[in-house]
Design a protein around this ligand. Structure first.
Ligand SMILES: Cc1cc2nc3c(=O)[nH]c(=O)nc-3n(C[C@H](O)[C@H](O)[C@H](O)COP(=O)(O)O)c2cc1C
Length: 301
């Protein structure tokens, strides 16, 4: 099966994308991850200034996946470029930057710095669940302003990463599309909480964190179906709970053009190999020559 897909202005050799925050700066993991199997890899979100992130505990396994409350620890965009900027073409995959900030000018600043590097595209992280205050991505008007600000400072392709907690998520996707996003990522983690009944403490120091993994899949799939139905024309990267080829097929049928793998990388950094093999097996069994033929092609009852 031909795995190449077209995502807005970009041609990707595979629909598989390494999700932000689960492969560090991308270049750091080139020994353990076979990037030649991906269409793109997204670096961890970077802010205008250094962020220390939250106090431990910041990660907790829970039923159906995990909670994380890292708080986007990162060295700030300038230190990030100093550390990794010269190595961005050393891995066999286009690397996308991911921008995050506390205000609109901050998003635009990071995006304008990224535009002068070898990063191939920009993901706008509108949906980090463990910063102070509600994620921008819960509000269509704010999301639109952020995307417009980024659009005005860069010619790179841009995608907006949405929150599964947005209601209705299609309204936020439509606002981002109108503001010039080339695609939307559906979705980031869902906001979640857990407690230890013995210590009575929250599992995360920040109490609320991001819930990712297997149990997120039906929720993100619902979000993809809604965005594909209500915002025709905006390409979608499906994300949430993907660890096998069948999950990729589910997202494509729901209307995604590409998919991002996150949490599964933590336990299985080489997961793209079995997923890619499984996709070829699926294509062979079902007589599908081009994976793009699956996009939005679910059979209604
Ligand atoms: C430890 C961890 C760190 C993450 N950091 C980021 C981040 O910096 N920026 C971002 O946009 N998403 C971040 N995410 C969210 C993932 O990119 C992904 O959208 C989410 O985990 C859902 O996919 P999954 O169920 O396959 O993990 C992070 C997720 C995890 C588990």
């Amino acid at each position: 099966m031909n795995l190449a897909v077209t995502l807005g202005p970009l041609s990707l050799r595979s629909p598989l994308i390494a999700a932000s925050g689960t492969v560090g700066s991308v270049v750091e993991f080139s020994d353990s991850i076979d990037y030649s199997l991906y269409g793109a890899a997204v670096a961890k979100s970077v802010s205008p200034e250094p962020w220390t992130g939250r106090e431990p505990p910041r990660l907790a396994p829970v039923a159906g996946g995990m909670l994380n409350g890292i708080g986007i620890q990162n060295p700030g965009i300038q230190a990030w470029i100093d550390a990794f900027g010269s190595r961005l073409t050393s891995v066999p995959v286009p690397i996308w930057g991911s921008v995050v900030a506390h205000d609109i000018d901050g998003f635009a600043h990071v995006a304008s710095v990224i535009s002068r590097t070898d990063l191939a595209a920009i993901e706008i992280n509108l949906s980090c669940p463990n910063l102070d205050g509600a994620p921008f991505g819960l509000d269509a008007t704010l999301s639109k302003s952020v995307v417009e600000a980024v659009r005005s400072v860069t010619d790179l392709p841009i995608g907006a990463k949405l929150s599964p907690d947005a209601q209705p998520i299609a309204a936020v996707a439509a606002a981002c599309a109108e503001a010039g996003a080339d695609w939307v990522v559906v979705s980031n983690t869902a906001m979640g909480v857990g407690f230890d009944p013995v210590t009575r403490k929250p599992l995360l120091s920040g109490v609320v964190g991001g819930y990712s993994g297997d149990a997120l899949r039906p929720i993100s799939l619902r979000c993809v179906v809604e965005v594909a139905r209500d915002v025709p024309g905006i390409p979608i990267i499906g994300c949430g709970g993907i660890s096998g080829a069948d999950h990729v097929v589910e997202y494509l049928l729901a209307g995604a053009t590409a998919v991002a793998i996150g949490t599964a990388h933590l336990a299985r950094p080489r997961i793209a190999k079995s997923v890619t093999k499984g996709l070829h097996r699926y294509g062979h069994t079902h007589g599908i020559a081009r994976i793009g033929d699956l996009v939005g092609a679910y059979e209604p009852w």
